[in-house]
Design a protein around this ligand. Structure first.
Ligand code: 13P
Length: 341
């Protein structure tokens, strides 16, 4: 293997250090506009810099956050004092990461499905991101559940692209986060979500092996296994935790150092409680932590509301979610902590 495996596994292990997880702050231009629309703030470059700076300069963040996933624009931005964001984070001991896919696009011949793009020119882009300070990357594939979907084609093309991306990352000295996200929209049961999630993992790991990806230098970012959001019956937190762990125990090699969940539209408190529950069901062969976007940021976004006077309130809201998720990553969270000062 031509990769620097020691450097890769050292980064991957630091990303899932005990009691720490990842802040996904890599919303694309379209997604951050949606988030800002929800608080009636214009999505200008300046407002985006202000918002991300508020998060990154939150006192104590580095106690619970091991790494931050940035978007292309953000990795090139700086603090008000002129320190590039990646340098600012690295100086705190927080690893800068970068989203490198260019989005999920309609999959030809498979109506209703997508394949994630971004492989063309990726080797050159990764070299530049490494220079800018990135030491890990993210690529997200999505799978929709209906009675007939996902198709075999969808599992295969997305796994193939994820593995091609992962190998290119490792060649560049960058740890790949592989993110096969089974979307939870729909009326399906938790059993159906488990079947689809397991199939997506199996196909992904087949391709990672086939394409010589180094697993100890790879982090998996999956969905939790949930009932469809519009299903009449919703599984309990206990069922969710047990079913999710069952799927990953059956499909994810112990060579992977860590699994970091996406939140996928769960409420922030649900995402924390369910992660915590899984961490009380050990022993587990991998670290189990978080790489939340919405579940870490939603209360901070609301508390800030685009007002300079609210920057401290926004940081306090983010600090609370970071701390509670850090505890959940160790199985030490309790719901009573939500209302404690
Ligand atoms: P959510 O936690 O909001 O699902 O976002 C995580 C992420 O990075 C999706 O790619």
């Amino acid at each position: 293997m031509s990769f620097d495996t020691a450097a890769l596994s050292q980064i991957a292990n630091a990303m899932v250090a005990p009691g720490k997880g990842i802040l996904a702050a890599d919303e694309s231009s379209g997604t951050i506009k949606k988030r800002f629309d929800s608080i009636s703030v214009d999505s200008t470059e300046g407002n985006r810099q202000t918002y991300r700076q508020m998060l990154f300069t939150t006192p104590g963040m580095a106690d619970h956050i091991s790494g931050v996933i940035l978007f292309d624009e953000t990795i090139r931005q700086s603090t008000d004092d002129g320190v590039p964001f990646p340098k600012y984070l690295a100086d705190l001991g927080v690893i800068p990461g970068i989203k490198v896919d260019t989005g999920a696009k309609p999959l030809a011949g498979s109506p209703g499905e997508t394949v994630t793009e971004g492989l063309d020119g990726l080797r050159e882009r990764l070299a530049e991101y490494y220079e800018l300070g990135a030491r890990f990357a993210k690529w997200r594939a999505t799978y929709s559940i209906t009675d007939d979907l996902p198709s075999e084609n969808c599992y295969r093309v997305n796994a193939h692209a994820l593995a091609r991306y992962a190998a290119l990352c490792q060649e560049a000295g960058i740890v790949p986060i592989v993110e096969p996200e089974v979307l939870m929209d729909g009326t399906h049961t938790i059993e159906r979500a488990a079947e689809v999630t397991a199939r997506a993992q199996q196909e992904l790991f087949d391709e990672l092996f086939r394409q010589c990806v180094y697993l100890p230098g790879t982090i998996l970012k999956p969905n939790m296994v949930l009932s469809g959001y519009s299903a009449a019956t919703q599984a309990s937190d206990e069922e969710i935790a047990a079913t999710t762990l069952g799927v990953f125990r059956a499909t994810v090699p112990a060579a992977i150092p860590g699994i970091v969940f996406l939140s996928g539209g769960q409420s922030d408190e649900d995402a924390t409680a369910r992660l915590n529950l899984m961490n009380t069901m050990g022993p587990l062969p991998w670290a189990l932590s978080f790489s939340y976007g919405r579940a870490l940021q939603a209360p901070a976004l609301k508390a800030w509301g685009g007002q300079a006077a609210n920057l401290g309130a926004g940081q306090a809201a983010f600090a609370k979610r970071a701390r509670l998720n850090g505890l959940a990553a160790k199985g030490e969270y309790t719901a009573a902590m939500e209302s404690a000062a």
